[in-house]
Design a protein around this ligand. Sequence first.
Ligand SMILES: Nc1ncnc2c1ncn2[C@@H]1O[C@H](COP(=O)(O)OP(=O)(O)OP(=O)(O)O)[C@@H](O)[C@H]1O
Length: 548
Amino acid sequence: MGQSPMIQESNSKSTNRPRLNHARTKPFTTENGTITINFSINSEITTYTFDNIVTVGFLISEANRLTKTDNIIALKTLEGIETIDYLLTIYEKTLDHFPTSLNLSPVFFEKIESEIEIQSYHPIKVIGKGGFSQVTLVRQKNTGRLYACKTVSKANILKQKKICHVLSEHKILSKVSHPFVIQLHSCFQTIDYLHFILEFCPGGELFYHLGNLGRFTEDQARFYFAEVVLALEYLHENKVLFRDLKPENILLASDGHIKLSDFGLAREIIRSDEKRYTYCGSAEYMSPEMLSRNGHGKEIDYYGLGSLLFELLTGSPPFYDESIEKMFWKIQHEELSFPKYMSEDAVDLISRLLDKNEKNRIGSKNFADIKDHIWLSTIHWKRLLHKKASPPFVPSMSRSNFADEFTSMPIEIEAFSEDTWKPCEGDRFIEFDNLYVGRVSDGWGENMRPSYVSSGDLSTVNTNSSIQHAQTFSRTESFLDMNIDESFTSENINLPRVSLSPKIHLQLNPPMLIESLSSDFLLEASPMKLALQQKLRKKNLNLTFISK
Ligand SMILES: Nc1ncnc2c1ncn2[C@@H]1O[C@H](COP(=O)(O)OP(=O)(O)OP(=O)(O)O)[C@@H](O)[C@H]1O
């Protein structure tokens, strides 16, 4: 700790490749060992050993330095492992938990005209399929960032009469922002398709992991359940009913925390006691009041919580039956039986959430009753909200977290082909506004993304400056995160000095350097500088800004 990151050159096959800086070529090992990365640039394979405290941003700048270019914006695995590829686009990510050997190839900058056009994204592979959508992993051409693109065929939703689903999803997604709720980046339509560009969750569906394990332990289930409770509390506070809680709609982010997704059945309400009358939902998770079609309110989501918890702890939904009629009858009339291995407290919470009379259901009088239940007494809600609790596991870096049945599907190539690029001028989906939300994730997480360009601005931003902005801001924001985090101490900060073409330095005492690349940064960083200064003052540290 406390030393600059070192790189050891080991086994280069190229003779005319630029030499590495001498100061960085000393053998260097840390407590945690080193990571070997094989760079593949222009088909040359070059092996380097990096200290594992190095960040992805540092690797990228090394790739640029070695190739004497400045247009490498990300790296990717040759095998296309989604979790690693995703992390390789997050500049501030350290390589601590990466596999010890990786074969990487560069991703180059490509200019785009706007964030809200399908031609700004390269499709990579299918990662999911819903009732009326295909979800594709895509890479944004100008940032190298990975997103999930949910594509809906207009013809399909017209045929299935699901227009209000997609419009409601669009409206709600454009408003919500919470650490445990999927974040919309942008959305737009072409003549034939609607596209939602969403933050990508490399951990895939909780359902997939539940299927692999059979069932979760109570501790594992408690973690996921509690994060869902927070997401739901946020939605209800903002007068949104979710109405579709199930393990398929809970995705895992790269850090293992959950993201509630699929807002197709979600609806806004005006009063918190308002009832809705549309008969909808997934058969296994229907509530008694939905089945009786007398209207339903927010209590439907508490029932959804009960079904979810039961499934996490047993591996199948409550009242499950192969015959839908029998299952619906059981949901409305039968007492639920619980396996012996389930704790009394878990049984109590599930029974109260699945109360057939929604007025008696726990949460219906006061949401806090759910959070205060004894089964959740070990949860520190504030810490959980700030992602201070460790997830049961982090998504695998060695294999895909998406089922083969999806990843082997052909991409709906028509949706990405030039013929369908034309923006829509008709008014069939006039309420589906093209939107650039621009943020991804929550601002508490590591992958907070800078909104350094707004839609349409890119034509005026030259190639170099937009790459530089991407690198500068990600690096600086991660630094801010670090300082806001209580783990900030002079010992545990060791950011690499990445030198591209610095114009200003942020100099810290204890000495530390973050280099920035553009004078624009001086203007844009002002509120950030103030916030940073305030944080540091509290910790008796000084911050000075030096312009070069
Ligand atoms: N942001 C994302 N990151 C990773 N995978 C995703 C993402 N969004 C969706 N998926 C995958 O795609 C699948 C289908 O997405 P989604 O449920 O939103 O579609 P849908 O058409 O609304 O489905 P349904 O018919 O269940 O309502 C998800 O279950 C998930 O596996």
